[in-house]
Design a protein around this ligand. Structure first.
Ligand SMILES: NC(=O)c1ccc[n+]([C@@H]2O[C@H](COP(=O)([O-])OP(=O)(O)OC[C@H]3O[C@@H](n4cnc5c(N)ncnc54)[C@H](OP(=O)(O)O)[C@@H]3O)[C@@H](O)[C@H]2O)c1
Length: 275
């Protein structure tokens, strides 16, 4: 068994790499530049938008990110190369009230392409990642006030390593084919509660400045292309997505409860202080 991990230098893919290495399973990391990889994981250089830039020889499972070009070509190549299983990183937006938005659209397109490929599939539909906490990093470097959008919405954010471990289980063992897992963290926290946890870990008294809907709108649309900002506003301001509920999927698949935000912050505290 050899698993190819796409997005291996990122939060989710990096966590899959870490989970593979922790289990002593062989893996290949699809990367575009040199990155440090754990023992047992070998680098494969290529562009995810162009399946002809990397080899799939010997690969049995792929951890696949959604939203890349020509995914049908990659999946056809995978089927031809003897790949059996795909663990697709989709999102909570697919399970929302409406999939009529830019974020759900690209995840849905990827899910449909994977189903059409005829390969065994498992869909991972996680909540927002704990690593999104890093969006506050610049504010923390500037002072102790953190402006928080959609302050009334509690979210059970998920530790990327829990996603990584579920992905590895889905590719390494039987029993996950044809399953879409709604993955959440252990507890729903409002942004101000998340800021408090961050402050405790960093030994700082941080203050959450709660933005109004209009202020949240302005900040969001200034930070990303409008179709994505519209989607996110729909998720949290209009309640199109439920990221508050907690599921037992992580524990069912991995055998342990989901990791806490306190753990993620402790592990990543240096990222908020180092230049
Ligand atoms: N963040 C959330 O809350 C959330 C929630 C649900 C689902 N998701 C999904 O999760 C995905 C991954 O999130 P993340 O936080 O892990 O993202 P990330 O940290 O930004 O990582 C993205 C990865 O994709 C790689 N990549 C980008 N373009 C590529 C290309 N053309 N060819 C090969 N590799 C390429 C990047 O490589 P380089 O290092 O070379 O740039 C990086 O390793 C998101 O895109 C989203 O679809 C996210």
């Amino acid at each position: 068994m050899t698993i190819l991990v796409t997005g291996a230098s990122g939060n989710a893919g990096g966590a899959v790499v870490a989970a593979l290495a922790a289990e002593g399973l062989p893996g290949r990391a699809l990367v575009r530049k040199e990155v440090e990889l754990p023992a047992g994981i070998e680098a494969v250089y290529g562009d995810l938008n162009q399946a002809d830039t990397f080899s799939l020889a010997g690969v049995t499972g792929i951890f696949l990110l959604s939203g890349y070009d020509r995914v049908e070509e990659l999946l056809a190549k995978a089927a031809g190369a003897g790949v059996r299983r795909i663990a697709l990183l989709s999102s909570s937006s697919i399970a929302g009230k409406s999939t009529d938005n830019a974020v759900a659209a690209y995840h849905l397109a990827a899910e449909r392409a994977v189903i059409a490929s005829g390969l065994e599939w498992t869909f991972l539909r996680p909540n927002s990642f704990m690593s999104n906490t890093l969006r506050w990093r610049d504010q923390l470097r500037a002072g102790d006030v953190v402006r928080v959008q959609f302050p009334d919405v509690p979210i059970s954010t998920i530790h990327p390593l829990d996603i990584g471990e579920v992905a590895v289980r889905a590719m390494a063992e039987d029993g996950h084919a044809g399953t879409a897992y709604r993955l959440t963290g252990p507890v729903a926290l409002k942004p101000a509660e998340q800021v408090e946890i961050l402050g405790q870990a960093l030994g700082r008294k941080l203050v959450a400045q709660e933005l109004s809907r209009e202020e949240s709108h302005q900040e969001l649309f200034a930070s990303m292309p409008a179709p994505y900002a519209e989607a996110i506003e729909g998720f949290f301001a209009d309640g199109n997505v439920d990221e508050t509920s907690v599921t037992d999927a992580v524990e069912t698949v991995t055998g342990h409860p989901p990791r806490t935000l306190q753990e993620w912050v402790r592990e990543n505290a240096a990222l908020f202080t180092d230049g």
